[in-house]
Design a protein around this ligand. Structure first.
Ligand SMILES: C[S@@+](CC[C@H](N)C(=O)[O-])C[C@H]1O[C@@H](n2cnc3c(N)ncnc32)[C@H](O)[C@@H]1O
Length: 238
């Protein structure tokens, strides 16, 4: 039957069945969607929300979480009442600062960044926004930094947003450090569609795919891959 509706026909807002009443010019669709989300959610642009030094190498739009994802992470941190957060991949510190605000004055965020150029900007941003006392930046490759974290340090929320090739490795290494009632948030797990390919086109896509297979096997967690942005994977530890 040609008009059979499948289970995947209404996953994201711009699919035909979810926007068949949209009547304005197609080129206005995404700006209107973003504006509507922003207004309904009271989102502010990161450059208004924070005093932000940026990188001359990569733009915020290219590398940092967008305001919708940032609000989601803030909301999730509040919902799990996170006091202690770990992030892999600081870039210029936008998500770390968002999470630092979410954990409150007595909370702590540890963020790991491999590249000194980004790390130095991030630290200056933490200072400029009065958040330096809540955020510790650990410079280095996450695979080398993770084993050096204090052996008794645990987290309520772990945000994995660094090199996709090692996502599954980070998840497995950090599992014992996530508190019961805590949440893993793993960004970009669809990796531009590469994680859906039968044969991965890139090493990053293969890494994202491996993370998804690892999540599939992690049956003790309540899991959801949100079809938002580049794919956001949530794993809640009961
Ligand atoms: C997508 S950006 C992070 C964006 C940031 N979390 C945000 O939402 O604003 C990924 C970051 O991971 C860093 N990175 C890449 N490989 C890494 C590694 N092996 N260890 C730690 N950080 C790494 C990159 O330099 C980059 O700054």
């Amino acid at each position: 039957m040609s008009d059979t509706i499948t289970v995947f026909d209404k996953l994201v807002p711009n699919q035909a069945l979810n926007n068949d009443l949209y009547a304005d010019p197609p080129t206005d669709y995404f700006p209107a969607l973003f504006r509507t989300i922003s207004e309904a959610s009271g989102l502010r642009a990161p450059r208004e929300e924070f005093l932000l030094e940026e990188s001359s190498l990569r733009s915020l739009e290219d590398m940092a979480s967008n305001p919708v994802n940032l609000r989601l992470f803030e909301l999730l941190a509040k919902l799990v009442r996170a006091r202690s957060v770990l992030e892999i991949g600081s870039f210029v510190g936008l998500s770390a600062m968002t999470l630092a605000r979410a954990v409150g004055e007595s909370g702590r965020v540890t963020t790991i960044e491999k590249f000194p150029h980004f790390a130095e900007i991030a630290v200056r941003n933490f200072q400029a926004n009065g958040l330096a006392d809540r955020i510790e930046l650990r410079l280095g490759d996450a695979s080398e930094v993770i084993p050096t974290l204090p052996s008794d340090q645990t987290f309520d929320l772990i945000f994995i947003d660094g090199n996709k090739e090692r996502y599954a490795e980070y998840f497995l290494a950090l599992e014992p450090r996530l508190q019961p009632g805590g949440l893993f948030v793993v960004d970009d797990v669809l990796f531009h569609g590469d994680a859906l390919n039968t044969v991965s086109q890139t090493e990053k896509g293969a890494g994202a795919r491996k993370m998804l297979e690892t999540a599939a096997a992690a049956k003790s967690y309540l899991r959801l891959l949100l079809p938002v942005g580049n794919g956001i994977l949530l794993l809640f530890k009961p």
